[in-house]
Structures are given as structure tokens and as C-alpha cells.
Design a protein around this ligand. Sequence first.
Ligand SMILES: *Cc1c(COP(=O)(O)O)cnc(C)c1O
Length: 356
Amino acid sequence: MTTHAHRLHFASDNYAGICPEALTALQQANDGYEYSYGDDRWTAEACDLFRSLFECDCEVYFVFNGTAANSLALAALGQSYHSRICHEHAHVETDECGAPEFFSHGSKLLLAQGANGKMDPASIGDLVTRRSDIHYPKPRVVSITQATEMGTVYTPAELQAIQAVAVRHRLKLHMDGARLANAIASLEVKPRAVAQDSGIDVLCFGGSKNGLSVGEAVIFFDLAAAEEFAFRCKQAGQLASKMRFLAAQWVGLLRADAWLQHARHANQCAALLAERVATMPGVRLMFPRQANSVFVQMSPAAIAALRDCGWHFYTFIGVGGARFMCSWSTREADVLALAADLETCAGRHPLGCLDA
Ligand SMILES: *Cc1c(COP(=O)(O)O)cnc(C)c1O
């Protein structure tokens, strides 16, 4: 094997560039003068495209990144003395530097358990019923990541089981949809099935990992919760003055369902990799492959050897293991090249073998 520098293809879906549809729309939006702060025609069109995608009259806001989208959405759903429930490996808990607590003015995240990155509804119920006294932060919101940090996907039935707990205990539902496109492509359902039809009050729909340069949409199905959200965005430094350049990219992505095609493509690349890994000696698939990531348990020596081949990948997400992430721009040839190197490295340093 030769050593290659910087093979970044599978590190994360945010290592990919801007998809052609977003880039073309960006170019089209760069035409002369336009109203600022969201009063432009691109923002109006992007909001309308979301309303037709979800087949309802939702309120849509555009922010720069997922941390802001999640943190501001969670803040909008309760007071500082309310707690928000999420999976113990949720991005809002592990990868947002305390921003969800910060923007809710110190509110606590309570951690639910569940296999494969999905919250068990009973675990949510336990967190709510454990205490009801004045000394415990009152649970008010459940945050669901779809697709999950482990690359798995909640089915509509699983979401509805969480909705039932939420209804019983009067909890609001937030969805971190940084990879919602991949989840919808995987489930082959209408977007509304995993959103308002499953009781979601506020959805953060990810754009960056689906092919935008930057940008996430915060979509309120609970219109009352959207009240004064614009002020929250502005105060947090999340109101783009040249909003048209965020919105236009969404227009490019949403028109003609480019978002769905890109997500399908990424999922298919991950499926191909998972198929190869499943029959590979010396490694083990850690979770069912349902969206655009593949988690592989490998020996430390195999991980090091694969890194020596130049491949970059994360090993700190969730419960560890090597994560390989596919995107709109992943090519089948890259998947096959990675799989070949993986097989060689794992063959030399299989799991359970102590000679490194
Ligand atoms: C990437 C990601 C986000 C957003 O992260 P930012 O870097 O703040 O844009 C949110 N949730 C999940 C599950 C993610 O994977």
C-alpha cells in the first residue's frame, strides 16, 4: 500500500463542497440590489417551498448553522427552569459546547437511553415521572435527532410512540434534522410523516450536510412557539443581513427535489460500503446502516493503518468506532477504494488480534 495524503472523502458530510443546484441559485441571486434581512424574494420563495414540501402553513427561519438552529429552537419551547430531554449521545448534549443550555439561560438537558442512538420512549417517561417536586427542573421538551448520531433512523411508528409520551406528559417536541433529508430518503415517506404528523413542534432542517455552503432552516409547525423567534435570532447574531444568499441556496436545493436526490445518493454510497464491510473479515458493523453513515468496529492497529493510507475519519462520535460518512458528492469509485484499503488493513490487524 502506498501512503496518500488527505483523503477527506468520508470524514464528514460537511467536508463536501456546494452542490451544483445551490451554487447555480447563488449565482442567480447575485444580481444587483435586493431587500435585506429576509425581505427579499428568494427568502419568500424558499419559505413557500418549505410550506409546499410539508404541505402546511409553517413558519420558516434561516440561520447559519445547526448549533444555533437547535439552541434557539430549544430555547423557544420553554423557560430556563424547564429541562429538555435528549438521547445521551445527542449532538445537542455532546457536540454543541453547552449552547443549548446557554441560549435557554442555563436550562438542564436530561439524558434518555436507548439502543442504536434512538431514545426508548419508556426512558423518556422515567425522566418525567422520576420527580415532580420543586427541586427538579421541570421536563418540557423532548429533542429527537433524525437521522441519529449513529446513522439510524426513527420510523414514523417510533416517532409516534415518543409523541404519545409527549402528549401524556405535555411535552413539546423538537427535531434535530441535521440529516433529515437522509432519513426521509431512507424511509421513503412524505416529509410530513416524520414532522408535524409525528407531533414535531419545531424542526431544524439541515442544509450544510445536504449540499449548501452554509445554512439550516428552523421550521415551526407550532405557530404560537414562533412568536418573537425573529428577535431571538437577531439577538443571537443569527440574522443574515444578506439573507438572499442563504435562502437562494435553499431554493436551489428544494426545487425539483435536489435535496432528496442528494440524500438518496449519499445513502446508496453508504449502503454499498456497509455491504462490503458486512462480509469483511476482521471488522464488525456497529449499527444497522440506515442513512449515509457506516460505523465500523476495527482494531486500533487497523485504524492506524487505514489512517496511514491517508483516509480521514472520526472515531469519537457516539460510542466510538470508525465512522465513514457519505455525501452528495461521494463517488462509487471512492467507496470501492476505501473498502479495498479497509479490507487490507483489517486483514493484517483483525479485531481481537493483539499483535499490532
Ligand atoms: C452536524 C450536526 C449538527 C449541526 O452542527 P453545526 O456544526 O453547528 O452546523 C446538528 N446536529 C447533528 C446531529 C449534526 O450531525
